[in-house]
Design a protein around this ligand. Structure first.
Ligand SMILES: C[S@@+](CC[C@H](N)C(=O)[O-])C[C@H]1O[C@@H](n2cnc3c(N)ncnc32)[C@H](O)[C@@H]1O
Length: 228
C-alpha cells in the first residue's frame, strides 16, 4: 500500500482515469445495488451525476432510458469515456453542487461512489431535488462508512502499477437522510452490501483468498434511494 498522503479528488481521478474502468468488488456491488434500486429506468430521463467515464450509461442487458446524460468534475475521466466508441456522447464537465441543468429535467438521478468526495452533502441533495421531476427519484451509493472505520481506504493503481489512496469524507446513512429531507426529498430505501460470494472471484484472481476470509461480511457499499 502507498505511504503517500491521500490524493485530493481532481489529482486522484486525473491519475486514475486511464485504468478506472477495471471493475473491483466495490464497483460490482454498486452495479448490483443500482440495478436493484432503479430497475425501472426504461423510458425515463436519466442523469448520472459524477458519471466518471460514463461506463454506467451503456445498457447492454436491459432496455435503457429514454435519454441519458452524465456530468463529471474531471476532464480526464470524461475524455477516457469519449475515447470508447460504445459510450454516449452526452457527457459534460460540471460540478455536483451546481448541476448545469434546469429544474425538473430528470426522472432519475444516479450519484454513484462520489458523495464521499464532498466535504458537505447538503448542496448535493439540494441539486438533486432541484433537477428531479415530481415523482422522480435519486439513487446514491458510496463506500460504506463501516469499511472506513475498519481501516479500509479508497485505493487504486495507476497505469504504472503504483497504488494511491483517494481522500474520502465519511457521511453516514443518517447524514444522507438528513440532507435529503432538508432538501425536500423523502427517504424510500437503503441497503448495505457486504463482501460475499459475488465478489469472491476478485480475491481468487488476486490470489488473496485469505483476505477474502478476513473481509467476508464486511459492509463495502452503502446505497440509498430518495423520492421527490
Ligand atoms: C469513484 S468515481 C465514480 C464514477 C462513476 N459514478 C462510476 O460509478 O463509474 C467518482 C467520480 O466522482 C467525480 N467527482 C468527484 N467530485 C465531484 C464533483 N464535485 N462534481 C462532479 N463530479 C465529481 C470524480 O471525478 C469521479 O469521476
Amino acid at each position: 500500500m502507498s505511504t503517500e498522503p491521500p490524493l485530493e479528488t481532481r489529482p486522484a481521478y486525473r491519475l486514475w482515469a486511464a485504468t478506472y474502468d477495471v471493475e473491483n468488488p466495490l464497483t460490482t456491488m454498486d452495479s448490483l445495488a443500482v440495478h436493484f434500486f432503479s430497475h425501472d429506468i426504461a423510458g425515463k430521463d436519466l442523469l448520472d451525476a459524477a458519471c466518471g467515464t460514463a461506463r454506467r450509461l451503456v445498457f447492454p442487458d436491459r432496455k435503457g432510458p429514454r435519454s441519458s446524460c452524465g456530468v463529471d468534475l474531471v476532464f480526464e475521466m470524461l475524455a477516457a469515456g469519449r475515447r470508447n466508441p460504445s459510450r454516449p456522447r452526452t457527457t459534460a464537465g460540471g460540478d455536483l453542487r451546481a448541476l448545469p441543468f434546469g429544474a425538473g429535467a430528470f426522472d432519475v438521478v444516479w450519484c454513484r461512489l462520489a458523495a464521499g468526495h464532498l466535504l458537505k452533502i447538503a448542496p448535493l441533495y439540494r441539486e438533486f431535488a432541484r433537477v428531479l421531476r415530481k415523482g422522480g427519484y435519486v439513487v446514491v451509493t458510496d463506500f460504506h462508512p463501516e469499511a472506513i472505520r475498519r481501516g479500509h481506504a479508497r485505493a487504486f493503481r495507476d497505469v504504472s502499477g503504483a497504488t494511491h489512496v483517494v481522500e474520502h469524507v465519511v457521511h453516514d446513512a443518517e447524514a444522507h437522510e438528513t440532507a435529503a429531507r432538508e432538501a425536500g426529498l423523502t427517504f424510500d430505501a437503503s441497503g448495505s452490501l457486504g463482501v460475499g460470494s459475488e465478489v469472491r472471484p476478485f480475491y481468487e484472481r488476486a490470489k488473496k483468498l485469505d483476505r477474502y476470509a478476513a473481509d467476508l461480511g464486511l459492509p463495502l457499499l452503502l446505497a440509498l434511494r430518495f423520492l421527490k
